[in-house]
Design a protein around this ligand. Structure first.
Ligand SMILES: Nc1ncnc2c1ncn2[C@@H]1O[C@H](COP(=O)(O)OP(=O)(O)OP(=O)(O)O)[C@@H](O)[C@H]1O
Length: 543
């Protein structure tokens, strides 16, 4: 099992110590049974017998608790590390890979999958104790009578072969449960993010509920019921067969005379002692299977390779760069989806460049490609004629996406000067009546769409990167502020030395740009001054 192998590799010594502790606990358990059967009544006084038994029981309690506690602690330590590595890994995974998986799958990884691994560890002590106890018990039974032990082993093999078949079915259904879990997470997202639309349209809400949600929920339920049924059948089957084994042992003693009745009693006591932990072990197995499946899913998406420290690449970008150039670059969405490029583009430091084009022509995709967020399938980017990596590109840009995510902190480690800057920017963005900045925290994020975009711009400016890339930033602004943005804010940002890449549909303001590019079905074209003037009409006619 991958999960067990990994924990064994990462915590070899601790794991060996835990196994030894478990062996000790199992050995003590069996020794106590043997002593009760053979030694207790032979003690000189009843008081001595009782105190010895109490002492042994307390020792057994301490070792069993110690063994379980250390395994559980090790498990939670492993999960803490795994979850932290996952979150970090996810933040460092190319966004195209994450997008291809879908949000439902990612939520399933961080939520139910990690929970299943946790549960696997919670039940792992039972499994390990059950297995070790069985081994120790088998040794003891062999000491009592080898022929009866052989019959016992044959009986147990027959029991567990059928039990294993049932547990395999459990695994199949648990795998399907995991797929439905991902669909359920997607449905939960619809319920939360589409709440307004669903509230307004009961017919759509019912349709969504009856088709999408119920398909996932029913699929989940049917498979979990089947998994649980096979699991319970395996437990009951094993339980009954263990009782049957005791009958067989007494029969062998009574009719065949293979062993005395005292040895038969020891056999039966040991098997009864073994029964509960063994059934618990079988009970714990499916939880371990779910954990294993979750572990595989996590490793599939976020392989546990050490993260590359690309800081050396970002250092390749000269602080005083003068020109960025992309040559014959391309990007295509998976499964032969929309393609951008091959295209080439040059940006000189301090320029204001507009990118225009019809809906779906590929402007936002281009922004992700130019900024290094999508990897170039072909072509290269250069910074002052030096090849620059995706990481290098990312270090130059601050982007306000069409649907930006708003963080509530402006600067990460603000200085007094930064605070003054942020206060000035708030005023310039006409947000000073709505928001205050205390230390580096924004007082509220309950904002209108237009205000949210202004905050997103504030956050982007606070990153103090050389290039600001704004994707249809002005779309939600009122006409006065839109005018103010193009006629005053952009020239002010340019004056500050910012290089500006602006995706825009606002044809009234194309004159603000030094150059205008047009996207057409994934291809980029530099417009002449005359074409820029005509562009607005061209855009409208294409859409
Ligand atoms: N995550 C995605 N997976 C697959 N295809 C996508 C994805 N995002 C966008 N596309 C496709 O890429 C094409 C270009 O989309 P893009 O968002 O870049 O256009 P745009 O020019 O920015 O449009 P708009 O002006 O409407 O914002 C569209 O046909 C769209 O269907």
């Amino acid at each position: 099992m991958q999960l067990l192998k990994t924990i064994l590799r990462q915590h070899t010594l601790a794991f060996i110590a835990i196994i030894l502790l478990n062996l000790l606990s199992a050995g003590l358990g069996i020794a106590i049974i043997s002593w009760i059967n053979h030694g207790l009544l032979g003690e000189h006084s009843l008081a001595l017998g009782i105190s010895k038994m109490l002492g042994l029981l307390i020792l057994l309690l301490a070792t069993t608790l110690g063994a379980q506690w250390s395994l559980t602690t090790l498990g939670h330590q492993f999960i803490w590390r795994k979850r932290s590595a996952m979150v970090w890994q996810m933040m460092n995974t190319p966004i195209a890979t994450l997008e291809a998986k879908g949000e439902g799958e990612l939520l399933a990884l961080l939520g139910p999958d990690i929970r299943n691994i946790t549960l696997a560890f919670v039940r792992l002590p039972e499994l390990i104790q059950g297995i070790l106890l069985s081994l120790v018990a088998i040794g003891y039974l062999g000491y009592l009578s080898v022929p009866v032990l052989l019959i016992t082993i044959a009986w147990l093999i027959a029991t567990f072969t059928l039990g294993y078949k049932m547990v395999s079915k459990v695994y199949q259904h648990i795998a399907q449960v995991r797929d439905y879990e991902s669909d359920l997470q997607s449905s939960f997202q619809v319920v939360i993010q589409g709440r307004k639309e669903l509230a307004l349209n009961p017919a759509r809400a019912r349709h969504f509920y009856e088709t999408h949600y119920q398909t996932a929920a029913l699929g989940y339920k049917q498979n979990i019921v089947k998994a649980d049924s096979y699991h319970l059948s395996a437990i009951n089957w094993s339980n009954i067969m263990m009782l049957g084994l005791i009958g067989v042992i007494f029969l062998l003693a009574e009719t065949q005379g293979w062993i005395s009745m005292t040895v038969a009693t020891s056999f039966s006591l040991t098997i009864l002692f073994l029964r509960t932990p063994l059934l618990q072990a079988i009970g714990a197995y499916p939880t371990l299977l779910s954990g294993e499946l979750a572990f595989k899913k996590i490793n599939e998406l976020l392989p546990n390779t050490p993260l590359q420290d690309d800081d050396t690449e970002t250092a390749n970008v000269n602080d005083n760069w003068q020109q960025l150039r992309w040559e014959a670059i391309t990007w295509q969405y998976p499964e032969k989806g929309f393609q951008v490029g091959p295209l080439s583009m040059t940006v000189t430091r301090g320029e204001t460049i507009f990118i225009i084009g019809a809906n779906g022509s590929g402007k936002s995709t281009l922004s992700l490609l130019l900024t290094g967020l999508y990897p170039m399938a072909q072509g290269r980017a250069y910074c002052d004629d030096q090849s620059v990596s995706s990481k290098g590109l990312m270090s130059l840009f601050s982007v306000v996406f069409t649907k930006p995510y708003l963080f509530d902190t402006v600067f990460l480690e603000p200085s007094e000067a930064d605070h003054e800057l942020a206060t000035e920017w708030l005023a310039r963005l006409q947000l000073d009546n709505t928001i205050t900045i205390n230390h580096h925290q924004l007082s509220t994020l309950s904002l209108s769409a237009g205000q949210s975009k202004r905050v997103a711009l504030l956050l982007a400016m606070a990153e103090k990167r050389d290039i600001l890339f704004l994707d249809e930033w002005a779309a939600e602004q009122d006409p006065q502020f839109r005018r103010y943005f193009y006629r005053e804010l952009l020239p002010w940002l340019k004056q500050l030395g910012k290089t500006l890449l602006i995706i825009s549909h606002d044809d009234d303001y194309f004159d603000v740009a030094d150059r205008v590019y047009e996207m057409q079905q994934g291809h980029l074209r530099l417009l002449s001054a005359e074409e820029s003037r005509q562009a607005a009409r061209a855009v409208i006619s294409q859409s």
